[in-house]
Write a protein that binds this ligand. Structure first.
Ligand SMILES: [Zn+2]
Length: 90
């Protein structure tokens, strides 16, 4: 058993989905983590105690409840982070 924030799992999924639509945005690990953090700060955490195998059903439920909000915040996060990326330039 563990305490788990479902919102994290959902944001990870949506970041990758939404990023597919952006061609000119940096997708390095640092930028993706910054986007994830930005979106999570603007979404309500959804903590629960669960057994690992049972995550999937709950994630589906949450997706229909929060999907629209998550896409909005993830899109905003991509725009904010890509405007001022904090990765190291090489
Ligand atoms: Zn980057």
């Amino acid at each position: 058993m563990e305490v788990y924030n479902y919102m994290e799992e959902l944001v990870y999924r949506y970041i990758d989905e939404v990023l597919k639509k952006y061609n000119n945005v940096c997708k390095c690990e640092k930028c993706r983590l910054d986007m994830t953090a930005y979106a999570l700060n603007n979404l309500p955490p959804q903590y629960t105690v669960t057994e690992k195998g049972k995550l999937f059903t709950k994630v589906k439920e949450m997706e229909s409840q929060y999907g629209v909000d998550i896409i909005r915040e993830v899109t905003k996060a991509i725009e904010v982070v890509s405007e001022e990326p904090r990765h190291e330039t090489h």
